[in-house]
Write a protein that binds this ligand. Sequence first.
Ligand SMILES: [Zn+2]
Length: 126
Amino acid sequence: MPPAPARREFRCPACGRDTWLLKKPRYDGFVRTGDALLCALCKHEFADESEIPFKDSAAPRVFTEADRPRPVRVFDESEKNRMCRHCREYVVNPFIQRCGLHHCEVEATDTCPAFAPRPPPAPAPF
Ligand SMILES: [Zn+2]
């Protein structure tokens, strides 16, 4: 099977969605005068390809800037060992991570002066 033609993807400034370029032949009478450049989703027309914020085709990127994970924080070993996620008071459920000692919301990577190491994991309750 031949590979699908590469879509030229971009984030449309008109509708704000990730979309791709739609080219529609434009005619003046019967004379083809060029292609209309449209957002495939909202049909916003661009006057020129230079207006279109194409994604870098050399290095295809699935994620946009906004999706990029926050910069990785580097922990030294002692700090790592004090992180809330390793603490016996750390409670995590689908909605919130909290400290059972201070009754506040925490991040897994927070550190706490009252850190107490979690005992080795018990066998799964399920
Ligand atoms: Zn659009």
